[in-house]
Design a protein around this ligand. Structure first.
Ligand SMILES: O=C(O)CCC(=O)C(=O)O
Length: 323
């Protein structure tokens, strides 16, 4: 059994030079690689639709098996695995998220390199639109209170070790039916801002593409959602097979409130699940969701968002990372 335990002391004693080199190699591994244009898609529209309850299925980590994930994603688009990550890891990650997000928020000073900030140099050259794209990506994150994990390779490498220890690498390999890769742009530390801005409903496939297999593991680091006072996610708890129209929405990748209400209201489908620190919420690029929105949140919410793709069927525009 791998004895890895994620603690602040372990994080801060990592070799930041070799972690940065390793992250840079993960980026470089995909520079010349192109995705398979005809991957075997795991999610296909069935010939006759199955009648399923509109819900967000859940299972306790102690009982969790690959079959739960496969069935829940196929039928409902998502699965909550309760208590997947230990409290010590969650506490360490909140502390790390604060430090990484604060370091990335500082646009004026030269931020000293540390376990919490040491972006690899090739992050700029790997972006299709180079410095402009990296600057825009960073300001998008800054404005929404988030930061890419790759800004802090030691945090990112420690997270990969944690994921391996928790069986996530094996789970992703089995679910995707091939080794997984990650994404620089869609591997994010999040700390909500208060008041929460009304973020658009979206399916990540709207900007990643849909000719791929994916799974997001959204890991809340504190209690959130429902009526807890900290923003979780609003979700349309249904298996969708295509990207909903962006007509009337704020962005070309988002979905308007009225479309969500009109199209899904008959099922009273919008839900706001309650999450505990250390739960894992799995969903794919067709799942319709947004940052939970209401005006009376009083508590911050921390989370780690990690998207996995098949190593041969990846969204090149999201900057794949070898694992
Ligand atoms: O954490 C959030 O509020 C948004 C997360 C999200 O949209 C995602 O994981 O795709």
């Amino acid at each position: 059994m791998n004895k890895f335990e994620l603690t602040p002391a372990l994080l801060e004693s990592r070799n930041i030079v070799s972690d940065c080199k390793r992250m840079s190699e993960r980026i470089e591994a995909y520079r010349m690689r192109e995705p398979n244009e005809s991957p075997l898609l795991l999610i296909q529209r069935p010939a006759s639709p199955k009648a399923v309850k509109h819900c967000v299925p859940e299972v306790a980590a102690a009982e969790f098996k690959l079959e739960h994930l496969r069935a829940a994603i196929a039928d409902h688009g998502a699965l909550i695995v309760r208590n997947m990550f230990p409290q010590s890891a969650v506490d360490t990650l909140i502390r790390a998220a604060d430090r990484v997000i604060d370091a990335c928020a500082d646009t004026t000073a030269d931020v000293p390199i540390s376990a919490y900030h040491n972006p690899p140099d090739n992050l700029k050259t790997i972006m299709p639109n180079k410095a402009r794209e990296l600057t825009n990506t960073r300001s998008f994150h800054r404005d929404s209170g988030s930061a890419m994990c790759v800004e802090a390779p030691s945090v990112a490498e420690a997270l990969l070790q944690l994921y391996e220890k928790q069986g996530i690498k094996q789970l992703m390999t089995e679910y995707l039916k091939e080794p997984p890769c990650l994404s620089a742009k869609k591997w994010v530390l999040r700390r909500s801002k208060l008041p929460v801005a009304e973020a658009g409903w979206h399916q990540d496939g709207a900007f990643m593409g849909t000719n791929l297999n994916s799974l997001n593991m959204w890991l809340p680091l504190n209690e959130c959602g429902g009526t807890t006072g900290a923003p979780g996610l609003d979700v349309v708890p249904q298996r969708l097979y295509e990207i909903a129209s962006a007509e009337g929405a704020q962005f070309n990748w988002s979905v308007s409130d009225s479309l969500v209400t009109d199209r899904f209201a008959e099922n009273q489908a919008v839900m706001m699940p309650e999450f505990n620190a250390g739960d894992a919420f799995f969903f794919d690029h067709l799942y319709l969701h947004r940052t939970q929105y209401r005006e009376d949140f009083t508590k911050l919410r921390y989370a780690v968002e990690t998207w996995f793709f098949g190593a041969s069927g990846f969204p090149k525009n999201q900057i794949p990372l070898a694992w």
